[in-house]
Write a protein that binds this ligand. Structure first.
Ligand code: SF4
Length: 115
């Protein structure tokens, strides 16, 4: 495997190069260890935090913003979005309220208050 990617962990945006040597992934171009871990994760089990909105059923034309409480596998994003689209909540909603439990390993939580 040979792969180039940009580290998105911090604004510096290091250009990373990943090469497989003797069954191990070797990372270069990273200015710190977080970049190395990011590159390895990206090549073996890429994860993403997703954001979306959920309808508030007892408020006219109102949505509440939500996100995964922790990253989920990148390959599950569309399935997770389907689950999020299928639910609605009732106000009041507080930041951090769990809207959906365990969607591919992450709770879906509110990111704003709706009174
Ligand atoms: S490798 Fe380290 S310094 Fe470079 S972008 Fe990633 S986190 Fe930032």
């Amino acid at each position: 495997m040979n792969r180039d990617l940009i580290c998105i962990i911090c604004p510096r945006g290091c250009m990373l190069h990943v090469e497989e040597q003797n069954g191990e992934l070797c990372v270069s171009g990273n200015a710190c260890p977080r970049g190395k871990q990011y590159a390895i994760d990206e090549c073996t089990n890429p994860l993403r935090t997703i954001t979306s909105i959920v309808r508030v059923s007892n408020r006219e034309d109102t949505m509440v913003s939500v996100k995964t409480a922790n990253p989920i596998p990148k390959g599950k994003i569309f399935d997770a979005m389907e689950k999020i689209r299928a639910v609605s909540v009732e106000a009041p909603v507080k930041i951090g309220d769990v809207i959906l439990n365990d969607v591919f390993g992450a709770d879906i939580v509110a990111t704003k208050d709706v009174e």
